[in-house]
Design a protein around this ligand. Sequence first.
Ligand SMILES: [Zn+2]
Length: 383
Amino acid sequence: MRLYSTRSMELQTMERSFSVVELRSVKGKTLPCSVDVCGIVKDYDKSFAFTSKDGKDLVKRTLTLADDSGISMQVTIWGDRAKKEDSEFEGNPVVAMKGVSVKEWQGGLSGSLMEGGSLAFNPDMPEAHKVKSWWTQGGHAQSLTFISQARHFEAVWHPASDEHALVIALQTSGGGGARIAGKLMDVLEMKQKSEQLVNEQEMYSAYCRLSSVQLRKRDEIQPLYYNACLEPKEGNGLPCNRRVDEANFCAVCNKTVKAAPRLNLRCRFEDATGNFWVTTFHPAAEKVLGMTAQEVADIEKSEGREVVEAKLKSCYYAQILQVQLRAKPDNYNGEQRTNVSCPSAQPINRREHARFMPHTKLCRRQLQEGDANDKISLIVVLA
Ligand SMILES: [Zn+2]
């Protein structure tokens, strides 16, 4: 009688070579990095075939892994691994992966299993048993934190908060007459959908909070607004909107014109499922900040950059917004990518909070103290 087959010997050797880290610990690492992980396949996308910029036919599939550290992370697998039948990924199998390259992507972290790495389904190793029993004993119902390097993210959204419940209530009810066009979804779904976009432009909307504005890029101060030409265009009478120079000269109109500041911000929004960076145009950016471009420009001019940055930071997490996103397929040097921008945003007012979540501490405090204290009330709820 044989105790084990040759194959299982091989498998055991492979399994022994894994040095698995918890997903939670990945975010503390210097990026990019390579790690071995072991998690439940919480979700999977259909495999996706495309041609790379150097003309290679590729197939990929993105898995969402979760482990008992309460973190989920997307990992892309390639080629034959991605081409496996959907059924292989069904029923939340445990997978162990060796050689996952982790990089920052749209404000979160995302992994890619390298060709030289390895993938094992339901391996016989202690980490796999641990993760499996966590999943069956309640982990499947746990609210997971999508992996991100933003420390603040976790402090505000984790664990499953009243806030998350409020967002779900807004989503399922349609937000009490959503004023913003676009299919309503959460941030994670929106990211997945926009990544897989192939042909046509799509509109999405999500309930989320502003969590950051890009103020610097590699130490270089980023402008928050530009001065735009107000000259009416021939034909439709709409303002020209081109950037003017310091003397208010518009190169398109070829003269000195009246000009006004227009916001152009790179904003990070988040909900309990994830976050993303997006270019936020003028009218949306004014709604997001609750400040006009003129106010932002005036503060910067009269009180300085530091003061205006502090003002912007005071808007982080200040209110729930319904944000509209436009995802456009784009071609960059032959590589398929999606261009996502935010053309419109609308704060959800206090009355709506109260209607959906009348019994939470969050809303009671908001009702007592007003919108300005939303951020404080959130922290109180989670404390
Ligand atoms: Zn002009």
